[in-house]
Design a protein around this ligand. Structure first.
Ligand code: ACO
Length: 331
């Protein structure tokens, strides 16, 4: 049976570092509160005019080099983002243009924090059936330009950052290595517990003045609900993906979760009964980059030597939708 394998992984973040102290100047918050409640100390914000496709193009070039592939080897793009450059077309087409990929197919996946795992599962399916042989799987976000950087928006404004991570997915020559399982779930009943209501096709002009006045274009979150569901679904889907792959938790070298909030990552380790070191977290330096957080964390962990050939790695995400997903990969 053909499997797909991640042959290259890399990330790109904007130069501009925004510290908690920088945010203290914009809103009634404190480094102490942010670190204690989220674990975040700094994040990156783009310069005006830079979008997810721009960040993804830089990450893609690094990931292709990491895979030993040329841009012209790419035959499909799956781009996960909720902060696409425009209402349409998707950012996948814009990345395709930036890489000079003439008429190569490209699609977007709009699945918030679980977007990258959904995108990996999509690429895995395409490669396993022989549809494509060199797929760019992208997670990229520009959250900073959609945040309410004032005291009124402080519960969300301190959480998010900008960035892009890209994986190169190709057929695996060795059946024992590669993507071993992907599981995906959603629960639309919780759509409004973590969402941004506008722009919306439910109203003429996509926005009303009232929506603008009430800040309903900014992301809103029922923090307690998200925390409760995240700390249940993360362990659940990690164990489900391992069972689907025919492996157990004690064989896992590293869990690389979506970087939602350090308290969630810590709770996942505790509920699974694994040492904190087995759950990789770099939210301290990049904040929550939504669909980009797993590929950024995976590349970071691999660059630190925490993911080595032959390791069993679990990628897991929970977020807006609600949607949650996990994938087991033999590196
Ligand atoms: N600085 C200082 N005080 C703040 C800030 C801030 N940035 N944000 C909120 N507060 C205050 C609130 O005003 C409130 O004060 P009050 O009790 O006097 O009214 C107090 O802190 C608690 O506010 P809550 O919003 O109720 O904070 P909560 O206890 O829920 O903690 C948090 C907020 C950290 C986000 C928590 O809900 C949480 O960990 N949620 C998990 C969800 C999450 O982190 N999601 C990340 C994005 S979604 C995802 O990626 C899956």
């Amino acid at each position: 049976m053909t499997r797909s394998r991640i042959t290259g992984i890399a990330f790109h973040v904007p130069e501009r570092v925004v510290t908690n102290a920088d945010l203290e100047k914009l809103m009634d918050t404190s480094d102490a509160w942010i670190v204690e409640r989220t674990g975040i100390r700094e994040r990156r914000f783009v310069e005006p005019g830079v979008g997810p496709a721009d960040l993804a193009a830089e990450a893609a070039k690094k990931a292709l080099a990491d895979a030993g592939r040329r841009v012209e080897d790419v035959d499909f793009i799956v781009f996960a983002t909720i902060t696409r450059d425009y209402m349409f077309p998707g950012s996948g087409a814009l990345l395709q243009e930036r890489l000079g990929l003439s008429t190569v197919g490209a699609m977007d996946i709009h699945n918030a924090c679980s977007g990258f795992v959904y995108a990996l599962a999509t690429a895995d399916a395409f490669v396993r059936v022989g549809q494509y042989r060199c797929v760019l799987v992208v997670g990229a976000e520009v959250q900073s330009t959609g945040l309410n950087l004032s005291t009124a928006g402080r519960d969300m404004a301190v959480l998010f950052g900008d960035g892009a991570g890209v994986a190169v997915v190709e057929p695996s020559a060795d059946e024992s290595r590669g993507v071993l399982s992907c599981v995906m779930h959603a629960e639309g009943a919780h759509a409004k517990d973590l969402w941004a209501e506008a722009p919306t096709s439910l109203v003429m002009g996509r926005f009303t003045q009232q929506m603008l006045d009430e800040g309903r274009g900014y992301p809103q979150m029922n923090g307690r609900q998200v925390f409760k569901h995240a700390t249940t679904r993360f362990p659940e889907v990690i164990l489900e993906s391992l069972e689907r792959a025919g492996h157990t938790l004690d064989e896992v070298a590293l869990i690389v979760p979506h970087q939602a909030n350090k308290r969630i990552g810590d709770a996942v380790a505790e509920r699974l009964g694994v040492p904190p070191a087995k759950v990789f977290q770099n939210i301290e330096r990049y904040g929550n980059t939504t669909a980009a957080s797993i590929p950024i964390a995976l590349a970071d962990a691999r660059d630190q030597g925490l993911v080595k050939p032959g390791d069993l790695v679990v990628l897991a995400a929970f977020g807006g939708g609600f949607a949650w997903a996990a994938s087991v990969v033999r590196w």
